[in-house]
Design a protein around this ligand. Structure first.
Ligand code: 5AD
Ligand code: SF4
Length: 437
């Protein structure tokens, strides 16, 4: 038998890309490729890219530059670019970097094996009529891990003025219930105990149920929760306007749904929210948070913020700081606004970079204080931890708390995959430590 071909994958960006990389590995696996962690040994290097901010997109080109000597040494090495930069730039990538052999978008990567065999175009970025999920291997071949991602929804129809997602990922599509449940059951039969349901606008999922009717997202969560052997469910990312009553209720009474919610607000200023086309006010968001906390008082809330959006004034910035004070986040991501080609905000007058930098620092200082306080508040508490892997020190394991904190704990290696109770003893900058109860 011939040596299997080796595939090296680098994934940039969000969890949807992590999921897509796993699916591309499975599709290429059916063609005899095995994964390698050593780029130098690879027969094919696949870069699964992100276009959300300029910095993320530029990383592709610096990595391609670094691949030049390898390709010069081994001209038969195939270099493929997938993901959102592939979708946005297509043929441009090959024009700028002729060492790239294949370019494939997020909706066409089921065709990658054929493209790699030379049976198809070298650049494929249209939105095809067929559903890629129908053409991917029907069983998942995960690394043996207790957690997994499962994409239930793709694309976005919201068109926030700063965001490339509606252009790179396309219109919103919800996968049908039965397909999602089949994939979930398959993952659980392989030892997965925690599933994170993914979508660019996941809580806007509305898919066809087995009863022939359209279901809402809360109902999907309850159906997934019925799978024996599955202990935990999470989902990301959500839009405030799609936080339905059924979903909020599930946070109250579905024990497998974890007390954690990533609910990006982007800004606390109504003026900026309007300019961003977010379609809600700051007060709507705050009322929503109250209702979610009524359903699940201990829920840990996280968010995304964009600082220095075109037209943002000092008062707008203060409004955002005040919203953060009011909500009290367990953690949050914040970004300096980055104009993206083709988006409505791209041509607008920008905030001076030094002003945006200073505002970002102020915002991050506040968020760090809140994160520290929230983590400190965990010390002395007992919490469920799903043990995922070995830690750096001997005898140490790492897992995730119900609230998605990383937790270090002394435990035997056999505990990997077990959901244990831990008493938290210490809080570090980005993790907690505890002991098994
Ligand atoms: N500039 C800066 N941040 C952005 N995000 C999306 N588009 C941009 C942009 N053009 C941020 C938003 C979003 C997160 C995934 O990335 O906060 O929620
Ligand atoms: Fe982008 Fe999210 Fe807005 Fe959709 S809802 S346009 S993915 S920021």
């Amino acid at each position: 038998m011939a040596e299997p071909k080796k595939l090296f994958i680098k994934t940039y960006g969000c969890q949807m890309n992590v999921y897509d990389s796993a699916r591309m590995a499975e599709a290429m696996g059916a063609d005899g490729y095995v994964l390698t962690e050593d780029q130098g040994q690879a027969d094919m290097v696949l870069l699964n890219t992100c276009h959300i901010r300029e910095k993320a997109a530029e990383k592709l080109y610096s990595d391609l530059g670094r691949l030049k000597p390898l390709k010069a040494d081994r001209p038969d090495l195939k270099i493929a670019v997938a993901g959102c930069v592939a979708q946005a730039e297509g043929q441009e990538i090959v024009n700028r970097m002729p060492l790239v052999d294949l370019v494939v978008g997020p909706q066409t990567y089921h065709r990658l094996p054929a493209m790699a065999r030379g049976e198809g175009p070298a650049v494929l970025t249209e939105f095809p009529a067929e559903d890629k999920f129908d053409h991917l291997p029907q069983t998942r071949n995960t690394r043996r891990a207790p957690t997994a991602f499962l994409t239930v929804q793709e694309g976005c129809d919201k068109f926030c003025a700063f965001c490339v997602v509606p252009y790179t990922r396309g219109a919103e599509v919800s996968r049908p219930v039965e397909r999602i449940l089949a994939e979930a059951r398959d993952l659980v039969s392989r030892g997965v105990r925690e599933l994170t349901l993914l979508g660019q606008n996941v809580n806007g999922w509305h898919g066809l149920g087995p009863d022939g009717r359209e279901w809402q997202f809360g109902r999907l969560i309850r159906a997934v929760a019925e799978i024996d052997g599955l202990d935990r469910i999470r989902y990301t990312t959500s839009h405030p306007n799609d936080m339905g009553d059924d979903l909020i209720a599930a946070h109250c009474d579905e024990p497998k749904l974890m007390p954690y919610l990533h609910l990006p607000v982007q800004s606390g200023s109504d003026r900026v929210l309007k300019a961003m086309n977010r379609k809600h006010h700051a007060a709507d968001y705050l009322r929503l948070i109250e209702r979610i906390r009524e359903a699940r008082p201990d829920i840990l809330l996280t968010s995304d913020f964009i600082v220095g959006f075109p037209g943002e004034t000092e008062q707008d910035h203060q409004d955002t700081l005040r919203l953060i004070e009011t909500v009290g986040y367990g953690m949050a991501y914040s970004f300096k606004y980055s104009p993206r080609p083709g988006t409505p905000a791209a041509g607008r007058d920008e905030v001076a970079p030094e002003v945006a930098d200073r505002r970002l620092q102020e915002l991050q200082a506040l968020l760090t204080r809140q994160q520290k306080a929230a983590q400190q508040g965990m010390v002395g508490r007992r919490v469920g931890v799903l043990i995922e892997k070995k830690g750096r020190e001997a005898g140490q394991m790492i897992g995730k708390s119900d609230y998605l904190h990383s937790v270090f704990v002394e435990a035997p290696e056999a505990a990997i995959g077990a959901l244990v109770q831990v008493e938290i003893t210490e809080s570090a900058s980005n993790s907690l430590a505890g002991r098994l109860i």
